[in-house]
Design a protein around this ligand. Sequence first.
Ligand code: 5GP
Ligand code: ZN
Length: 119
Amino acid sequence: MAGEPQSDCLFCKIVSGEIPATIVRESETTVAFRDINPQAPTHVLVIPKVHYPDAATLAAAEPLIAADVLREAGEVAADEKVDGSGYRIILNTGSGAGQTVFHAHAHVLGGRGLQWPPG
Ligand code: 5GP
Ligand code: ZN
């Protein structure tokens, strides 16, 4: 069924606790944890607890949960004190754009100068 945990999904296993992660925030519908390979001083991933392959399919099926992911991304930025200096929310979609984990997730990056355009 849409949204159900997938046995072969890394982020479903982080949601269930089967794989450990450094969790910085949790809500009824989302989990936020530090990226294992940080690309900036603050690099946190915000994921929905339900499984959808990317942000757009999540938003189409569960718009309220997609909004929760965005709101939590903003809360992470405030917790990490990068909201003043600026931060970036990235939604890589598809392997050609660098998506490697096919469970929707938002990257929250901040704490250093962020190049624009990203290249
Ligand atoms: P994507 O490339 O799909 O947009 O992002 C996936 C992210 O997940 C990458 O930045 C990668 O470093 C991170 N990642 C992959 N495996 C793990 C893991 O086991 N734990 C954590 N915390 N992050 C992971
Ligand atoms: Zn999953």
